[in-house]
Design a protein around this ligand. Structure first.
Ligand SMILES: [Zn+2]
Length: 317
């Protein structure tokens, strides 16, 4: 009997492992499903100022600082688009990329590192972001969608890391990197270009949609709110806000997002207290008054799933 139970136990483990593993897809498979033909996507350049630009391509928006010291970029998107990113930068300047700052470890912001020459370019990130890039990991979008991000080789890893932030003096400007605790991930950085009064937010802020919170890797809804509240104190009404995804925004847009997140926190927490399942919350009209503004790229389900999971953790603790 004991032998039989043990076999059953092993079988269950095997079944469960296979079951969950079968749902993990590669980042490339996900990108092709979500973004269509990756090969034909073009990079567009938006001028923020004479020496600061925002590039849209595939993945997180890239900020480009140009000037006397060379080029500094924030995030590197993915290898399939990276040659086009380089061409877009070459149209702005002949100078080399001296620094790349990764806002966090996610593939759509950092896989481009694989094509960066470490002899020309020093990569900078939060220490936790580097740790995640080195180990790779599974990014759980919720709604039964999991992505496998592969570990990076040493040439694609940051060589400079920070814990709570740091400053660079580059292109006649003080560029400040801030980290206000775990939010979207455990290693988020926002980058403030002081002379331009412009800030790159990474994925702590999406301007046109509900955010994604990487709860399985240490992100949390409360962390997102706290991080954004710190950024609001840091900037002013005229600051140009460059989101991880979406169009250029303002402090007012961040304030609106914080209000939405706080309201959704209260609503989802109430549902949890009433014993409502995640499925029930997903099928309810809980986000109805926000959907026209924030469900623009069908992020509603992913957001609710991750926010619910994040709040459920608090309740259990
Ligand atoms: Zn991300």
């Amino acid at each position: 009997m004991r032998g039989f139970l043990y076999s059953l136990f092993l079988l269950l483990i095997l079944f469960n492992t296979n079951f969950s593993y079968s749902k993990v897809i590669s980042t490339e498979e996900w990108a092709r499903n979500a973004w269509g033909n990756l090969e034909t996507t073009e990079v567009t350049t938006k001028k923020v100022s004479d020496s600061l630009f925002l590039l849209y391509g595939l993945g997180g928006n890239i900020a480009v600082s140009t000037g006397v010291d060379g080029v500094l970029i924030v995030d590197s998107q993915i290898p399939i688009i990276f040659p086009k990113i380089m061409k877009a930068i070459e149209k702005l300047t002949d100078d080399k990329i001296i620094y790349t700052i990764n806002t966090h470890w996610h593939w759509d912001h950092a896989d481009g590192n694989l094509l960066i020459n470490p002899q020309d370019t020093k990569i900078i990130s939060h220490s936790n972001a580097r740790k995640n890039m080195k180990s790779g990991g599974i990014i759980n979008h919720g709604l039964n969608e999991k992505l496998q991000q592969n570990p990076y080789p040493s040439n694609a890893l940051p060589v400079i890391t920070h814990e709570k932030g740091m400053s660079l003096f580059f292109n006649n400007e003080k560029i400040d990197i801030f980290h206000f605790g775990s939010a979207h991930t455990t290693g988020d950085s926002v980058i403030l270009f002081n002379n331009q009064n412009a800030i790159h937010m990474g994925d702590v802020f999406f301007s046109n949609s509900y955010p994604f919170i990487d709860v399985d890797n240490g992100g949390s809804l409360d962390g997102m709110i706290e991080f954004l509240e710190n950024v609001i104190l840091l900037i002013d009404d005229n600051t140009i806000v460059m989101p991880g995804h979406g169009d250029i925004a303002s402090r007012n847009d961040i304030e609106d997002t914080v209000k939405m997140l706080k309201n959704m926190r209260e609503r989802i927490l109430n549902s949890i207290k009433k014993g409502e399942s995640l499925e029930a919350v997903l099928n309810s009209k809980i986000t109805k008054d926000y959907d026209s503004k924030y469900n623009t790229i069908s992020m509603r389900g992913m957001f609710i799933d991750r926010a619910y999971t994040s709040l459920k953790k608090i309740k259990l603790n």
